[in-house]
Ligand binder design. Structure first.
Ligand SMILES: Cc1cc2nc3c(=O)[nH]c(=O)nc-3n(C[C@H](O)[C@H](O)[C@H](O)COP(=O)(O)OP(=O)(O)OC[C@H]3O[C@@H](n4cnc5c(N)ncnc54)[C@H](O)[C@@H]3O)c2cc1C
Length: 379
């Protein structure tokens, strides 16, 4: 069992109660997501922001709650377990952490205030030819008098269609090694020359192609140091992996609870189907896997809180790998255990599965996570 302080347990309950109240029924969730086609409800997220939750990691001096990774994981786990359609929270928290570390004081005040108010942020690294090998990115920013001119294409950018701003990772120097000459830029929504176009996916409206055509930004748009964008990106990976892990932990728990309810009620051959050993043992295995995942996620959170400067490449990658594989397995098997009803869009099973199966790809694929873990053992 993961042990929470009384305050943390109260916080988990508050988030769970909020989700039950605001998004507890399928009708509520459909109303918030245009029938399940949008993954993020701006309206619901703003309500959470009013409770101080959107700025959970933002220091108090910038108007946030100044809480730690444990509280952040509680929020993410409970929100996903509570089926709250706020998929944009993950990329927002990941991006906010980068601004918090590297932006200058004025930009921090501006962007972190947006985060606290429930606005969303995007981070744009991936390109059509730079996925797992993201350092191969070619979207370029050329230095001109008083600023930069950006040209190129980005892809798979979550949140960009409703985000207040985008943290762009661009190439500023084409000489030297590919990890060098990368710089981060603050791009406010509506910047002239930026075109955003949605990508149709199995999961609904979530990701976008971005086209930069002679986009001009001032020198003050640089986040951190010119040429240091790669190192800045790497220093945020622990937080990114922990965020994704906590979210998928919550998804797995939701799928488990839904499946358990269904197999306890559905009768065939005169008894609840969950009492057949074939299903009962599988549910026992899923429950065990979820509990192990929970221990791992909160162990990484606690270690990060105890030692904020320490990078935890092995443990953070393990948490992302484990949580996403567990949620994928749970959601797919949950559908199987629900028989034909799992396939019907009337139930949440197929919706949960569509979200979980891609979690092993974004935020660094699980092949890449395994590589990172393997390297920490000198392989
Ligand atoms: C829903 C969604 C949201 C996303 N959100 C964002 C976002 O907000 N911002 C952003 O910048 N990007 C985002 N991405 C992009 C995401 O990070 C990439 O999709 C991911 O890094 C993989 O890149 P790729 O899709 O080009 O696959 P590829 O890199 O082409 O990989 C294809 C396959 O080859 C495997 N592979 C590649 N290299 C290796 C290797 N060295 N060893 C072993 N196997 C390997 C991969 O694991 C994968 O199975 C998102 C993607 C999705 C699907």
């Amino acid at each position: 069992m993961t042990t929470f302080t009384p305050e943390q347990a109260d916080f988990a309950k508050s988030v769970a109660d909020f989700c039950a109240r605001e998004a507890g029924t399928r009708e509520q969730r459909d109303a918030l997501t245009a029938g399940g086609t949008e993954l993020h409800s701006v309206e619901l997220y703003k309500k959470m922001a009013e409770l101080g939750w959107a700025g959970i990691l933002v220091p108090e001096e910038y108007g946030g709650a100044g809480a730690g990774n444990m509280e952040m994981c509680i929020l993410l786990e409970e929100a996903m377990r509570g089926n709250a359609p706020i998929g944009g929270i993950g990329p927002t928290l990941i991006t906010a952490a980068a601004y918090q570390k590297f932006a200058n004081e004025q930009m921090k005040k501006e962007v972190l205030a947006d985060v606290v108010a429930g606005e969303s942020l995007s981070i744009s690294m991936s390109e059509p030819e730079a996925g797992s090998d993201v350092a191969a990115l070619t979207c370029r920013a050329e230095k001109v008098d008083g600023g930069w001119v950006i040209n190129g294409q980005k892809t798979w950018c979550s949140n960009a269609h409703f985000a207040k701003s985008i943290l762009l990772i661009a190439r500023t120097d084409r000489n030297g090694k590919k990890h060098e000459g990368i710089t981060q830029f603050h791009i406010p929504a509506g910047t002239e020359g930026l075109e955003i176009s949605g990508i149709d996916t199995l999961g609904g409206r979530e990701v976008n192609d971005l086209y930069f055509t002679n986009v001009r930004v001032p020198d003050s748009a640089v986040v951190g140091e010119v040429g240091n964008g790669w190192n800045q990106l790497m220093s945020g990976l622990n937080t990114e992996r922990l965020i994704l892990a906590a979210m998928q932990l919550g998804v797995a728990e939701r799928a488990f609870a839904n499946t358990l309810e269904f197999v306890s009620e559905r009768k065939q051959f005169g008894r609840p189907v969950g009492t057949f050993q074939a299903l009962r043992h599988r549910l026992a295995d899923h429950a065990t896997e979820i509990e192990c995942t929970k221990l791992l996620v909160y162990s990484v959170a606690a270690q990060s809180d105890a030692n904020p400067k320490k990078m935890l490449p092995r443990e953070a990658s393990m948490a992302k790998l484990k949580a996403t594989e567990v949620s994928k397995a749970m959601t797919i098997d949950g559908m199987q255990m629900m028989g034909g009803y799992g396939y019907a869009t009337e139930f949440d099973a197929e919706r949960l599965m569509r979200g979980a199966i891609i979690s092993t790809v974004y935020g660094g694929t699980n092949e890449i996570q395994r590589d990172i873990i393997g390297k920490t053992y000198g392989l």
